[in-house]
Design a protein around this ligand. Structure first.
Ligand SMILES: Nc1ncnc2c1ncn2[C@@H]1O[C@H](COP(=O)(O)OP(=O)(O)OP(=O)(O)O)[C@@H](O)[C@H]1O
Ligand SMILES: [Mg+2]
Length: 506
């Protein structure tokens, strides 16, 4: 057995009354990929943040390559050989700076000098970092112009620039398409072969099957299992969530791949719900029709960058169509703004929760209650006076219904784990009845158990509205939808739409 590069022993961490980690032991050898799995709020990111110098452990010992390891800051952790790609990209990038400067950010922050270099020279220094992760874009553009997946690659490239002995990735594939994820995996294979130790946090079993040399499971702040291959991943999920996963979730796409029948497509037309006709998303995309009747959940499934979010935003009034017509419950649907849409009962839970749905910590309504009530303030409190008790009741209901792990409705969003933040976003759009609910990548960072519960909640209320779910993961599409529609290059691919035999409506 290799001597371990990283040794964590008896590490504990509390936040007020919350015990995030208790007596955690973990070791990682050079050239080993260890996966850290656990339910939302189990303590994974807390451990990652201790290793990367964001938090100090309350108790316990850390050592790296045989030396005590107690980084005072993230920069110190990096200098000592530990580089981290955190779960929240928003904290790690500066959207207004160029992509090149974001790649060089650590050097710029260290005062190492590149600020004085010309933009062209900075681009030249950044180019090899971008190339390493296969990021092929104009490095002089502002980072904000990049899709989320590419921003994630920027943070990865920056971590690799430090040539770490230990690389930590917290949910690296949450916003990557399958080919992008595979490119990342190939890169991790290379790093492993070069002797880099890797700690990987992911809710995607596929990632772990493909990569993990060992799987450590965290539950309620404790390591409850440390497994080596062959690993029974169904058992892993049970250990993780502390109960069996319900069976309807294991039906795979293979069992339900049947082309959409023209008969059913016709039956959908003219019913209440959402209808789009000859819709064109960009100058060059092919027009398409789309129907979602009330009571139905339709998944728009396709690769990241294929235009799903653009479609979602156009329906929500946050973007424009190039051509085509939409209708809702028989009336023309032409929202001029998201506010219009919300008033009419059309809600969108956006893909990038920090950009589209949540508030910075400094804002007074950054609590769970404030986040949930915000879009509904004019409706709930028409006279302008917010009644905290009403807000808190809506939040308590949401916490219960979505199993949000927190201490109460006044908790700030930044204190919640990533998966629990995502549950708040989903809960918000259930606080008020919708006519059309649009969910863009709703399961980002949500653990397998919580996902099953959320699917149940969505299904239980599906009869009241039309629901469109935009996902890049086909397995997720089949978990949730009555009908799965393939979407790519800004249009529907009718030759390969699917319809599960096990429609929960029938
Ligand atoms: N800064 C903080 N202040 C207060 N509580 C916190 C803070 N950070 C995390 N917590 C709490 O610590 C616990 C562990 O959170 P952590 O983010 O480590 O979970 P996680 O395993 O990464 O979950 P996820 O899969 O949802 O990302 C949670 O109960 C969370 O609410
Ligand atoms: Mg986390």
């Amino acid at each position: 057995m290799q001597p371990s590069l990283l040794a964590v022993s008896a590490v504990s961490k509390r936040f007020g009354a919350t015990v995030a980690l208790e007596h955690v032991d973990l070791s990682i050898g050079a050239g080993e990929i260890v996966a850290l799995m656990g339910a939302n709020g189990a303590g994974k990111s807390t451990l990652v943040k201790i290793l990367s110098g964001v938090y100090r452990a309350d108790a316990g010992m850390l050592s790296l390559a045989g030396h005590p390891f107690m980084p005072e800051s993230t920069q110190a952790a990096k200098r000592l050989g530990v580089a981290t790609v955190h779960q929240s990209i928003a904290d790690a990038v500066v959207p207004s700076l160029s992509i090149a400067d974001n790649l060089l950010l650590d050097r710029l922050c260290d005062g190492a000098g590149p600020w004085r270099a010309t933009p062209a020279a900075r681009r030249r220094s950044a180019a090899p970092l971008a190339a390493r992760v296969g990021l092929d874009v104009d490095l002089s553009a502002p980072l904000a112009t990049l899709p989320l997946a590419a921003q994630q690659l920027v943070t990865l490239a920056r971590a690799l620039a430090a040539q770490p002995a230990l690389l930590i990735l917290d949910e690296p594939t949450a916003s990557l398409s399958a080919p992008e994820a595979e490119r990342l995996f190939a890169l991790l294979d290379t790093l492993r072969a070069e002797g880099v130790a890797i700690l990987l946090v992911s809710h995607r079993l596929g990632d772990l099957r493909r990569l993990a040399d060992r799987v450590a499971i965290v539950r309620d702040g404790r390591i409850v299992a440390d497994l080596r291959p062959p690993i029974d991943f169904d058992a892993v999920v049970e250990t993780m969530i502390g109960r069996p996963l319900r069976s309807h979730l294991v039906r795979g796409p293979d069992s339900i791949e049947t082309p959409m029948s023209p008969k059913i497509a016709k039956a959908h037309a003219g019913l209440t719900g959402f209808h789009a006709e000859r819709v064109q998303l960009t100058q060059h995309s092919i027009p398409f029709d789309l129907d979602v009747r009330r009571g139905e959940i339709v998944a728009i499934a396709g690769p990241v960058g294929g235009g799903k979010s653009r479609l979602a935003r156009a329906i929500f009034g946050a973007g424009r169509l190039v051509a085509g017509r939409m209708s809702l419950d028989g009336a023309p649907w032409q929202p001029r703004s998201p506010a219009d849409a919300i008033r009419a009962g059309v809600f969108l839970a956006g893909e990038d929760r920090w950009r589209t749905s949540l508030f910075a910590d400094s804002v007074s309504f950054a609590s769970i209650a404030g986040t949930i009530s915000f879009p509904f303030l004019p409706r709930w409190f028409p006279h302008g006076r917010v009644q905290r008790a009403v807000e808190a009741r809506a939040a308590s209901d949401a916490i219960e219904r979505f199993g949000i792990r927190c201490t109460g409705p006044t908790d700030r969003l930044t204190k919640l784990s990533g998966g629990n933040q995502q549950k708040v976003v989903l809960a918000r759009w259930h606080a008020q009845p919708a006519r059309l609910l649009l969910l863009d990548e709703p399961f980002q960072g949500v653990d397998a158990g919580a996902r099953a519960d959320i699917v149940d909640t969505l299904r239980a209320q599906a009869h009241e509205r039309a629901t469109l779910v935009f996902v890049s993961d086909l397995e997720e599409a089949f978990e949730i939808a009555d009908r799965v529609v393939r979407f790519d290059r800004g249009t529907i691919d009718h030759t390969s739409s699917f319809e599960p035999e096990l429609s929960p409506l029938s």
